[in-house]
Design a protein. Structure first.
Lengths: 133, 398
């Protein structure tokens, strides 16, 4: 297999996959070229992501990237989530082949969308429909 | 632990891509790497021994196809054969019109596109929902300047077998040469160039347990053709280049094995193929079989799994030791659904979840049951994580 053991592990055993009822924020991103789509839902407590769940449609690395992002963002402040970069996701996955780096990008942008959605809701403005990036 | 156990079992269901070389073929080829190494064009005994081997192979190939030995030209692969067949016809005439279908192999499609850039006209005929070309469409597409028709015998992705004999009769009636890409059917189901009205036929070795890098083009006597590869006077001046002697011997040996096994093997594979689809259909909701139900290659099953991207299924199966191929191809972040499935009118969101299973000599009923047992949880889990589109099977927790 051309993927790292971490990618394979998250693909086979995705963490935090599924829907969240009454989420405090949601965000999604779709790569228009390849159709990969990832959606995050956040439960926020004391300004931190207490619970993160995802849904995704795409290739193996896209699923693994969403799963790893759900882990690495849990417990972090919402402002901090906006700092999660595609590079950080790639590193957390133990690397991605060049032609699959978009998987990390989709996950990071979807997470940013969820974080922005939370901030908009908190500040009493209507959110940008959760579309990040 | 789970993966370790799974990896001990390996199931290869990608025989339409390539096959292992049959031991009899290997044995037949071996002397031609060491003992018989002369150049077939040399007049001395070393060369004559190689020439004899090629002549013998050519005669066996001709017999298998229902043609004559001087009608067989050996090439380096199916792609070269297709290029030779289509360009050879077109360039011999200099201008005119070619008829082909939208679901041909890229070796034909890209060749036709190249001809268009050189001023030729090409009609790319549609296919129906099962991937079948309508012979009447071929008839209607004929023009006074039509120089040739090129259709595949069976499609590599979905396995649908084209009505080649009917198209051959139309071609005959109008005096238009017919080229048939038979790379996926040669040695799998009967091919008879006379009975089917075929003037040019591409065939290859590595899809039928022969070696890679050797193939051929049947060229009916009297067909106006030009060479596309120039050099020495090999292959009756039709294809320059020292012959791949060991490969040609291997190709003929593979054909010998297929002559013995083809009919029983076709029946066995069709049974396993149907067992696979029956298993998937009963276990995995929202799956669909693509291609013709009856007129289909015995070992080919193309299945779409809705709400899931095929590449993730391929990866999931690969991690369990099962080799299949994805219907959609993701290259550098661009996903292209299969042009064959799109031409068949299958919605893009379905086509994205297409997986091709192609069975072969080594495939057993136990393999098929293992694949069905393995794929069901893979698709179920992927659908659970799939957004919105996936109400299916979403009752089980992660």
């Amino acid at each position: 297999v051309r993927y790292s053991p971490i990618v394979v592990d998250h693909f086979l055993h995705p963490r935090n996959a599924g829907l969240m009822r009454d989420a405090d924020a949601t965000g999604q991103h779709e790569d228009e070229r390849c159709g990969d789509l990832t959606r995050f839902a956040l439960r926020v407590r004391d300004g931190r992501a207490a619970e993160v769940r995802f849904q995704t449609y795409g290739c193996g690395p896209t699923i693994a990237a969403a799963s790893v992002v759900s882990e690495l963002s849990t417990g972090r402040t919402i402002e901090d989530l906006l700092e999660v970069s595609a590079e950080e996701v790639v590193a957390a996955l133990g690397g991605l082949p060049d032609d699959r780096r978009h998987a990390a990008d989709v996950a990071a942008r979807a997470l940013h969308g969820a974080a922005l959605d939370y901030l908009h809701r908190r500040d009493g403005r209507s959110g940008p429909a959760g579309e990040g990036g | 632990m789970e993966e370790e156990q799974a990896m001990s079992r390996r199931v290869y269901l990608d025989h339409n891509a390539s096959t292992p070389v049959h031991p009899e073929v290997v044995a037949a080829m071996l002397p031609f790497f060491g003992e018989v190494y002369g150049n077939p064009s040399s007049v001395h005994a070393f060369g004559r021994a190689a020439r004899d081997a090629i002549d013998d192979a050519r005669a066996r190939l001709a017999r298998f196809l229902g043609g004559r030995p001087d009608e067989i030209v050996f090439t380096s692969g199916g792609t070269e054969s297709d290029n030779f067949g289509v360009k050879g016809l077109a360039l011999a005439r200099g201008s005119g019109h070619v008829i082909t279908s939208r679901i041909e192999h890229h070796a034909v499609l890209r060749t036709c596109e190249a001809l268009e850039r050189q001023g030729f006209a090409v009609s790319y005929l549609p296919v129906d929902g099962q991937g079948r070309l309508d012979p009447d469409d071929v008839r209607r597409a004929l023009r006074p300047d039509t120089l040739g028709i090129s259709v595949m015998h069976a499609n590599s992705e979905v396995g649908t077998i084209q009505p080649v004999a009917e198209i051959g009769a139309i071609a005959r009636a109008h005096g238009v040469p017919l080229h048939v890409d038979a790379v996926q059917t040669f040695g799998k189901i009967p091919v008879d160039v006379d009975a089917m009205g075929i003037d040019l036929l591409s065939f290859s070795g590595h899809k039928i347990y022969g070696p890679k890098g050797v193939a051929g083009l049947y060229v009916r006597r009297g067909t106006k053709m030009v060479s596309i590869q120039h050099g020495g006077e090999h292959e009756r001046r039709r294809r320059a280049g020292t012959e791949n002697v060991a490969g040609i011997v291997g190709l003929a040996a593979a054909v010998d094995v297929r002559s013995r096994e083809m009919h029983a093997e076709a029946e066995r594979l069709a049974g396993l193929r149907d067992r696979l689809w029956d298993g998937i259909r009963s276990r995995v909701p929202e799956s669909q079989l693509n291609g013709a139900l009856v007129a289909r290659l015995p070992g080919t099953a193309n299945v779409v799994f809705r709400h899931v991207e095929s590449e993730s299924i391929v990866l999931g199966l690969d991690l369990k030791g099962i080799a299949v191929s994805a219907g959609s191809a993701c290259t550098s972040g661009n996903v292209e659904p299969s042009y064959v499935l799109v031409a068949m009118g299958i919605p893009v969101d379905w086509a994205m979840g297409a997986v091709r299973f192609s069975l072969g000599r080594s495939t057993t009923a136990e393999d098929i049951d293992y694949v069905v047992d393995t794929i069901e949880p893979i698709v179920r889990k992927l659908r659970l994580a799939s957004p919105g589109r996936a109400a299916v099977g979403a009752t089980v927790g992660t």
